[in-house]
Write a protein that binds this ligand. Structure first.
Ligand SMILES: NC(=O)c1ccc[n+]([C@@H]2O[C@H](COP(=O)([O-])OP(=O)(O)OC[C@H]3O[C@@H](n4cnc5c(N)ncnc54)[C@H](OP(=O)(O)O)[C@@H]3O)[C@@H](O)[C@H]2O)c1
Length: 289
């Protein structure tokens, strides 16, 4: 019999933030491999389960937020956990690949399942604008929407294929870390000229909507397979790549990022895309490297 309305498995930095957000309006059962992490959260409708099976049994909705899917599989393998999950709704919030989500879903029998990806740091949990990517059965989402909205107000439902949330998450993280790689190299350019890095970061923050517009335009081009009549050709963009490489040599900077970028441009030029749009880079990446 359910005794709380939500169970949460995993109390790393993200799980703790989820617990705190859920405590505003929900009764909560917690379980963590290291139980001491729950101590500061207990009381006022929040209890700690004796084991993972008891945690799963305690509520109709079970949220999982552990390091990775392997950690979750280790928990699922504990005695009674898979049986206790039958008839429950599981929301997997651990980060993984689309294949992880498909494997996870296939492993469970008689369990409602949603795969989710939080696009937030722990301090952003519980805000109305915090994004949560979700995939899986739409009626499962309808059944637990108020629970999910307590942790992330901006729910983006991405369809039934269970791997969709992980695919959107990884593609978005690729975009973010790609931009961060460029940013860190930009920091080194600033430092090599004794310029204030904070001003650079602030400027990027200010002009980021313009960069967002450029990404949106590239997406439209790729969607339409439209690569001709460039405003700024691949050859022109490769010229910037060459400047990064030369400046890194002149200022004795780590050349990892410029060399990596120039490698992509060289492949695009060798493939004959010099007079095409930058979006033609995706045609290079569709070929095995
Ligand atoms: N932190 C972020 O900014 C952020 C943002 C978006 C998504 N996420 C995702 O959220 C998930 C949790 O992240 P986190 O930041 O809370 O910290 P984490 O270090 O990725 O995960 C810590 C949690 O995983 C548990 N765990 C690890 N291995 C385990 C195992 N073999 N068996 C059972 N439990 C195991 C830990 O238990 P113990 O306490 O016992 O070690 C703890 O509850 C990750 O998938 C992460 O990618 C995090």
């Amino acid at each position: 019999m359910s005794t709380t309305n939500v169970s949460l498995i995993g109390l790393g930095p993200m799980g703790i933030a989820l617990a705190r957000a859920l405590q505003r309006g929900h009764t909560l059962t917690l379980w963590n491999r290291t139980p001491s992490r729950a101590e500061a959260l207990l009381g006022q409708g929040t209890v700690l389960a004796a084991d993972a099976r008891a945690a799963v049994a305690a509520s109709p909705v079970v949220l999982v937020c552990v390091a990775d899917y392997a950690a979750w599989r280790a928990i699922l393998a504990q005695p009674g956990v898979a049986d206790a999950l039958r008839g429950k709704l599981l929301v997997q919030l651990s980060t993984g690949t689309p294949q992880d989500a498909r494997d996870d879903w296939a492993r469970l029998d008689g369990v409602g399942y949603l795969d989710g990806a939080l696009l937030a740091t722990p301090s952003q949990i519980g805000r109305p604008d915090t994004p949560l990517f979700v995939s899986g059965e739409e009626r499962a989402l309808a059944a637990c929407r108020p629970v999910l909205e307590a942790i992330a107000g901006h729910i983006a439902y991405l369809g039934e294929p269970i791997g969709n949330a992980a695919a959107w998450d990884l593609a978005t993280l690729s975009c973010m870390f790609g931009a961060m790689a460029g940013f860190f190299h930009g920091v080194r350019i600033f430092e090599s000229e004794q310029l204030p890095v904070r001003d650079f970061a602030r400027m990027i923050g200010t002009i980021s909507p313009v960069i967002g517009e450029m990404i949106r335009a590239e997406g439209e081009d790729i969607h339409a397979e439209r690569y001709g009549e460039p405003e700024s050709s691949m050859a022109t963009c490769a010229g910037s790549g060459r400047l990064f490489v030369r400046q890194a040599r002149e200022a004795r900077l780590d050349a990892g990022f410029p060399d990596f970028l120039m490698g992509w441009f060289d492949r695009a030029l060798a493939a004959g895309y010099a007079n095409e749009r930058l979006a033609a880079m995706v045609k290079v990446l569709r070929q095995p490297g």
